[in-house]
Design a protein around this ligand. Sequence first.
Ligand SMILES: Cc1cc2nc3c(=O)[nH]c(=O)nc-3n(C[C@H](O)[C@H](O)[C@H](O)COP(=O)(O)OP(=O)(O)OC[C@H]3O[C@@H](n4cnc5c(N)ncnc54)[C@H](O)[C@@H]3O)c2cc1C
Length: 445
Amino acid sequence: MNDAGHYAANDVIAEVERFDAIVLGAGISGLVSASVLQKQGYQRILIVDTYGHVGGNHIDWSHGGYTFDIGSLIFQDDSPLLAHFPELLPLYVPIEPTWARLNPQGMITAYPISVRDDIFSAGVTEVVRIFSSVIFARLFQRKMRNAKEFARYWIGSRLLHRSGLESYMKRFYGAAVESIDIDLARKRMLWISEHASLKNQIARAFRRSHKGPKNRQMARPKEGFQFLYRAAVERLERRGAEFHLAADMQTIRKVHDQLHLQLQDRVVASHRVISTIPIHMAEKLCGLDSGRKLETITLISLYFSFSGNRGFSQPIIYNFSHQGAWKRLTMYSDFYGRVDDREYFTVEVIGNQIGCSIERAESDFRDHVHANGLFEGDLKLEGSDMLAEAYPIYSKGAAGHAAQAMQQLLAFGLESLGRQGGFNYQPTARASTVEAEAALQKPIP
Ligand SMILES: Cc1cc2nc3c(=O)[nH]c(=O)nc-3n(C[C@H](O)[C@H](O)[C@H](O)COP(=O)(O)OP(=O)(O)OC[C@H]3O[C@@H](n4cnc5c(N)ncnc54)[C@H](O)[C@@H]3O)c2cc1C
């Protein structure tokens, strides 16, 4: 950079454009961050994304009248996201979703566990074994060093296996359950201890049923996420924000108290940069190396249309059986209506378990549903998507390493947050909103 504040990069001399703040990533965390900063008085904000669209990993695909997405679908009308972008509310489609699971015995039954189908239908001998294993675990297996030991303590190893919870956890976490950090297991699997605790069961039995107002569940609009988030973009732009999508982010350099982001044809600078992109990408931009790339799940989404007998009535099915690499399927036609009398749905498959091959994912799914009597009829693959960095893998030590890497980025001047930037499995847009708000309220150390 020369004395006049000009850059010479790629033989192009670019003037440095200054912003009050720069946000990397236009997903939920990036949009909410920009909104929070605007409320704090920042006016000129630049939101930069390598993706050509807003909404981050809210990715959809429409084809021949069908409307699919990679698996992100359900939102709520009391989400704090709507306090930032109230225009989104009327665009959602109100729905009444129900959930079920395919258990290892091939039954479609209650999610996450069915006392009737998973325990009592097993026969007297098995019921005795299940209860003995719970008592044994509570008395003699009290150590909880990983996700498996946590779940085993609460429901016993017999039910853990019989219900398929262990197999599902492996898909959910993307790794063997024994290798998953206990702190994260506690956070993400709290429902197990809540349901299995005798104290909670008794409290529930005596608690009067609470009939307060319930939130409304909503699906994204049929037109897709771009249609939805256009309203958020317009609100942010009205207040002075600017978007630079499909950006080629090259480097971030520290120049005095500012960070300079080199894009292909411009250099932008600010004293405040919030990053919501994957940690290793932010490190690379800044020329930092924390020495370890955090492992993530690659998600394959298969887009099917179907005509025939599907073998279940609920729109969302989780795979708790011991076979099959698919994790969940969502019947969009239950929410948006059939197309040419065909149903259509997305199947989420853990790519890491199937060599990240779409062909293998498809044949594994077809074989598995055929063996379990689901989708008898004409099942047609309409399309697919493969997304790296879809979920963090919480193997032991990963959370500590992510915290160190974020600390290093912060020392450089970059505040890293969100599902990607915080290496944080945020299950909902609600969680992403709350966590972005909290992170940006904290004083910068
Ligand atoms: C499959 C799936 C289903 C979900 N279902 C729901 C749901 O039904 N309801 C709900 O409320 N929430 C759902 N969520 C969670 C919710 O979507 C997240 O909380 C939210 O999307 C996180 O936003 P973010 O901005 O932190 O990160 P992201 O949107 O993940 O990413 C932020 C930015 O990081 C960069 N980035 C991310 N991945 C890559 C990559 N592979 N390569 C290059 N750059 C990348 C991009 O610039 C992106 O804009 C789902 C998420 C997924 C992945």
